[in-house]
Design a protein around this ligand. Structure first.
Ligand code: KG4
Ligand code: ZN
Length: 335
């Protein structure tokens, strides 16, 4: 089944054409074309995503990205003949989402194929299946992005329940805000990780919020404020900045890893999965891999290019989220 997928929920305009086969259990994904146009440079001066600018950029980028997809397919002598068009319908920035939905709707009418809505968070979750890994259930998923932080239990493809989530800032948001305090550019996650490599993770004893809360919720705003107070009390130079990044990252990773492993233990999980933009963080990946190995649990994370927002994961969500249903039951978008 050929799926053309469109993602515009935040600051990436992405389109992909993916051949999806095998049904829910033996799924395989062949990426035929995949383009992401990032808006990072547009939003960087503001230190975060500006919804009205995101909308403007998506409107400009969508036809261009589509043209690139068509050229990419042509170069590979591959025919664009989608069985389904999938588009992210949420969660995300409302004005940004609608640019993708309207574009997808027009294309679906033009090509005469069904339009299917996909959940952005399911996209991140199902990105773990893109590489063809056979994932054993039950699984516990740590979803860490710029907008969300959650622990999810999965008992099979399409069967998941949220165990807990952040009560305030998302993990990626905390990385972005700490970077901003230190004068590092947006998006801050990769910048903080880079700076942390030159620092001592035990230099500053930042708090580990909700580590012992007895549930699977998170909170990152207290940790962010602790960094702010530390900065106010100390004149940070470059060496201090590295120590701040390393100590902040260690505190965040400690809480995420401890809670993910506790959830895996409580659910009797066979697999621990990671996804979302923050899944690109090497310290978090390494810590989860180490702790999962100690517990005899398989650890999976998506290939690096599929951690941050892209449309390949939206194709996977549209396929896996509905693969176990008869075609008649597809959640067609009637707009
Ligand atoms: O999943 P994503 O592309 O967008 C949302 O759905 O939110 O995630 C973007 C977030 C940003 O907050 C970014 O700073 C963070 O992921 N991020 C990282 C790293 N790479 C991206 N955070 C920590 N370490 C990284 N290496
Ligand atoms: Zn995302």
């Amino acid at each position: 089944m050929q799926i053309l997928a469109i993602e515009t929920s935040c600051d990436e305009t992405a389109i992909a054409v993916v051949e999806c086969d095998g049904g829910a259990e033996g799924s395989s994904f062949a990426v035929r074309a995949h383009v992401v146009a990032t808006q990072i440079e547009t939003h960087r001066p503001f230190g975060g995503v500006v919804p009205s600018l995101a909308k403007r950029e998506h409107l400009k980028n969508l036809p261009r990205v589509f043209d690139s997809i068509v050229s990419e397919l042509k170069a590979k002598s591959y025919t664009l003949k989608p069985d389904r068009i999938a588009v992210t319908v949420g969660p995300g920035l409302e004005p940004a989402l609608w640019t993708g939905i309207n574009f997808a709707n027009d294309l679906a009418r033009k090509l005469g194929v069904p339009l299917v809505g996909a959940n952005h968070l399911e996209g991140h979750m199902y990105s773990n299946w893109l590489g063809g890994a056979k994932i054993a259930f039950p699984a516990v998923m740590l979803l860490v992005s710029g907008g969300h932080t959650a622990l999810v239990r999965m008992d099979g493809i399409g069967t998941w329940e949220k165990l807990g989530e952040t009560q305030d800032d998302a993990a990626g948001e905390a990385f972005d805000k700490v970077a901003k305090m230190l004068g590092l550019p947006y998006p801050g996650g990769p910048e903080v990780e880079k700076a942390a490599r030159a620092g001592n993770p035990d230099a500053i004893a930042f708090p580990r919020p909700m580590l012992h809360s007895g549930n699977f919720d998170f909170s990152f705003s207290g940790l962010k404020t602790a960094v702010l107070y530390h900065l106010k009390a100390n004149q940070a130079n470059e060496a201090d900045a590295a120590n701040i990044c390393a100590s902040f990252q260690k505190a965040a990773v400690d809480v995420l890893a401890a809670k993910a492993l506790r959830a895996a233990d409580e659910c009797g999980a066979a697999s621990l999965l990671l996804c979302g933009g923050v899944a690109g963080n090497g310290a978090l990946r390494a810590e989860l891999a180490k702790r999962a190995e100690e517990e005899g649990i398989a650890f999976h994370a998506p290939a690096m290019e599929y951690n941050t927002d892209n449309a390949v994961m939206i194709a996977a969500a549209a396929y896996l989220g509905t693969a176990h249903q008869a075609d008649a039951a597809l959640p067609n978008l009637n707009i």
